[in-house]
Structures are given as structure tokens and as C-alpha cells.
Write a protein that binds this ligand. Structure first.
Ligand code: CA2
Length: 156
């Protein structure tokens, strides 16, 4: 029996505040509710996937997680928070791990201040979901689960 595939979910700086402040921008769902929902979806998938979640306010901790956990994951969901707009180091780590990456933003970064319009991570991501609230995480997970089952199907 082969081990369950793992999907890594990374939340960047300040996302631990989700659901507690600025609900007009970020909604009322907390980060632990988001993570629990994603784990539930992973468990219910056929075949099931393990969803491993991590939030950090530290750029280096996110990069360490990409380097240590990324190679064993079949895909990565990342909301880099404010790092989105300037962290070349995070982008380089995501590019180096060579796994499908989906970038998620709770708010619509393209409809906000000019400095949020640019994502340095987007060019190394397969795609970006922005502005759909916390639903974006679920949609990203569905995509990566389907990508993994197609990949397995291809192998027979
Ligand atoms: O919309 C997103 O998901 C962002 O990645 C959130 C980042 C922001 O810097 C990006 O431009 C867009 C900020 C995360 C702050 O999260 C909070 C959540 C609730 C209350 C306060 C901050």
C-alpha cells in the first residue's frame, strides 16, 4: 500500500489574525477553521490526501518548510501574505522545489493599493486565486487533488 500523498499549505505573516480583525477585507473565518476544513477535504478525497498546514510570521521559517516538506509534497498552496509583493527568497524557494504551486489571496490584491498588485511569486506558481475569500483555499486544494489523481492515473 502506498503512502498518502501530502499537500502542503503555507500561510505567511499576519494570517494568524484571520477572522479576528478587518473582517471587511478578510472575512470572519479563522485560520484554524480554514485549516480544519482543508484537512477534512483531504481526508474525504478518493484517494485521501494528507493536508499539512503551517503559518509563520517569519520568511525563513516558510522557506525552511518549503525546503524540508516541499520535496515530499505533491503540491503546495501558499498565501505569502505581505511577502507576496517583495520576497524573492520565497519565490526562489518555491521555484527550486519544483512542485505545482497555487497562490491564494483572501482579498482581491488587484483591486487594492497599487503596491499589492504585483506578486513576485505569481511567475513561479501554476496559478493564482485572489478575492474569493477563504473559498480560494478550497478551490486550490481541489485543483491539486485532481492534478495528483490525474498524475497517478497516467502512471496506471
Ligand atoms: O489577501 C490576502 O490574502 C493577502 O495575502 C493578505 C496579506 C496582505 O499583505 C496581502 O497583500 C494580501 C495580509 C495578511 C494580513 O492578514 C490579516 C488578517 C486579518 C486581520 C488582519 C490582517
Amino acid at each position: 500500500m502506498s503512502a498518502r500523498p501530502t499537500i502542503l499549505v503555507l500561510h505567511g505573516p499576519n494570517l494568524n489574525l484571520l477572522g479576528t480583525r478587518e473582517p471587511h477585507l478578510y472575512g470572519a473565518t479563522t485560520l484554524s477553521e480554514v485549516d480544519a476544513d482543508l484537512r477534512r477535504i483531504g481526508d474525504a478525497a478518493d484517494p485521501p490526501v494528507t493536508v499539512r498546514t503551517l503559518q509563520s510570521n517569519h520568511e525563513g521559517a516558510l522557506i525552511d518548510a518549503i525546503q524540508t516538506l516541499g520535496p515530499n509534497a505533491c503540491g503546495i498552496i501558499v498565501n505569502p501574505g505581505g511577502l507576496t509583493h517583495y520576497s524573492i527568497a520565497l519565490r526562489d524557494a518555491l521555484a527550486a522545489v519544483d512542485r505545482p504551486v497555487v497562490e491564494v489571496h483572501v482579498s482581491n490584491i488587484h483591486a487594492r493599493e497599487e503596491f499589492r498588485h504585483r506578486s513576485v511569486v505569481a511567475p513561479v506558481a501554476r496559478g493564482q486565486i485572489a478575492g474569493l475569500g477563504v473559498d480560494g483555499y478550497r478551490l486550490a486544494l481541489r485543483h491539486l487533488i485532481e492534478t495528483e489523481s490525474r498524475r497517478k492515473g497516467d502512471r496506471g
